[in-house]
Structures are given as structure tokens and as C-alpha cells.
Design a protein around this ligand. Structure first.
Ligand SMILES: [Zn+2]
Length: 278
């Protein structure tokens, strides 16, 4: 039998002719500005609110930061929402939508850092309002002035609660004050979820949890005046303000992606109205 030589692998053909850059017209850019008065729900159309909520989830809780007297500038490229510039009373936030060939979408800030997800999510449940922030307050049941070591989110009984980061179930328990509660451990930090109506499927002591996994449902068990989630972040014995916890971006654009992304950011930012503060 003839020993036929194996076919050499097809060599990559180098393109020697420099490609003439195709000068596609830039997309048609539109901006609409929405002043925030009273609540986000009353100030923004639902698609913008949902995009805003998702776009910054890896950074912060929009309900805590995009408050009265903020302005949300929504940009559309070729009539599709593609960027958000938010002037809050304290800072200017940005989020730019990137879609890949598979139709997957991701949001990045103007520096090319991923904004819609991070090591910690900005909030453990969807579209909810903060009913009591972190800090000193009058306790609604005892009437004492005491420090509130977490944030309360008002939401209907049964609303799913998500793990804010990958971790393990450090405590799954029930007591008179906290009702059904969970403490998750995340490499040096802990997140706590109190007054749950029920625990999520598969939530057991020492179980591993993934960021975004449903770990329980909002309820009013323990010392509680109505359905809400009391959420805490701790670093060992030190309690942290969950709304001020520094974000840890997980993904940064590659330099090749940035070379396309940054001119687009520049074009949009040039169209953004100047920061106006009352
Ligand atoms: Zn609370």
C-alpha cells in the first residue's frame, strides 16, 4: 500500500493588501433626558428603568443613588437604547451597552470596566424600594434609637432574594428576632438576609451558592412590621453599609475592544448635556 503523505495543514493566508477601512456612517444618535422627581418609577419609562437597574447592578443600587434631583440621560443609537449617563447629586455615572455576535449584551462604564456585574451585586432583589437605610434610626417596634446595621428593602412576600456573590451558606437558622435568616460567607465578607418567608431550593448549611442564585423569599418572620428584607454586609465583626460597599469589577475590556469602544464613548459623551446641579 502506498504511504500517502499526509496533507499539510492549510496555512493561514496572509492578506498583504491593506484593507481599505469601510467608512460606515456613524449610527444616528438621540438623547432624551429624564429628571428624577419623587420616585424612579414615576420618573422613567419602564424600559429605561429596567435598563438602568440592570446596567449598574455590579456597582450600586440605583434606588439608593439615583435619587430626587438626579437626571438620567438615555441615548439611542439607530433608535436602540445603548447608553445611559446619570447625573446624581453626588456624581456622574455612565453605562454603555455592548452586544456581541451571539446577541449577548454587557454594560461597561466609560473606562471600559464591566458595570452590570461584579464580585458583589449592588442589591439582593429586583426593583425594590429602600424602606430603611443603614445607620441610626428609631426602631419601629421598640421605639429605641439604635443603629440599623443593614438596609431594609420593602417587597411583597415571596419576592425572590438572590445571593449577592459566590459563596457558601455559613448559617441557616430561625430565631425570634431575625425570623428565618441566612448568612453567606464570601472570602472574608459575609452577607446576611433576615425575615425570610422561606429558604430557596437546595439552601442547606455549608451549601455552595452562586451569585444571582435564589436563596430565599421575602417574608415577615421574626421581629418585623411587614414583608421586607433586612440585608447586611459584614467583614468579620465590622458591619459595612451595603449601599457604600466599593465595587470590585470582574471584567475590563481588552485593548482591541477598547479601540472600538472608546471612540464610541467619546461620541456619546460629547452629545451628553453638561452636568447640571440645582
Ligand atoms: Zn432592618
Amino acid at each position: 500500500m502506498l504511504d500517502l503523505p499526509k496533507q499539510a495543514p492549510a496555512a493561514a493566508v496572509a492578506v498583504l493588501v491593506p484593507e481599505v477601512p469601510k467608512l460606515a456612517p456613524p449610527p444616528k444618535l438621540n438623547v432624551r433626558s429624564y429628571p428624577v422627581r419623587d420616585t424612579l418609577q414615576r420618573s422613567l419609562p419602564m424600559p429605561i428603568l429596567e435598563a438602568l437597574d440592570r446596567a449598574l447592578l455590579g456597582r450600586l443600587d440605583v434606588y439608593a443613588h439615583v435619587v430626587d434631583s438626579s437626571v438620567v440621560h438615555a441615548f439611542a443609537e439607530d433608535d436602540r437604547l445603548s447608553a445611559l449617563v446619570i447625573d446624581t447629586p453626588r456624581t456622574r455615572l455612565t453605562a454603555f451597552l455592548l452586544s456581541d455576535a451571539k446577541g449577548q449584551t454587557r454594560w461597561f462604564d466609560a473606562d471600559g470596566k464591566r458595570a452590570d456585574t461584579g464580585a458583589f451585586l449592588g442589591r439582593p432583589l429586583e426593583l425594590s424600594r429602600i424602606t430603611s437605610p443603614y445607620g441610626t434610626r428609631l426602631h419601629p417596634i421598640t421605639g429605641d434609637v439604635r443603629s440599623h446595621r443593614g438596609v431594609d428593602y420593602g417587597a411583597a412576600t415571596g419576592t425572590p432574594i438572590y445571593a449577592v456573590a459566590d459563596g457558601t451558606v455559613a448559617t441557616k437558622a430561625t430565631d425570634a428576632a431575625s425570623g428565618n435568616y441566612l448568612k453567606l460567607g464570601h472570602a472574608g465578607r459575609q452577607s446576611l438576609y433576615l425575615h425570610l418567608d422561606a429558604f430557596g431550593p437546595g439552601i442547606e448549611q455549608n451549601a455552595a451558592v452562586k451569585q444571582g442564585q435564589v436563596i430565599g423569599f421575602v417574608g415577615t418572620t421574626g421581629m418585623s412590621t411587614g414583608p421586607h428584607l433586612h440585608f447586611e454586609m459584614r467583614m468579620g465583626p465590622v458591619s459595612l453599609d451595603p449601599l457604600q460597599t466599593l465595587p470590585v469589577p470582574l471584567e475590563v475590556l481588552t485593548s482591541a475592544e477598547r479601540s472600538v469602544f472608546l471612540p464610541r464613548v467619546q461620541r456619546i459623551m460629547q452629545a451628553a448635556p453638561p452636568i447640571s446641579r440645582p
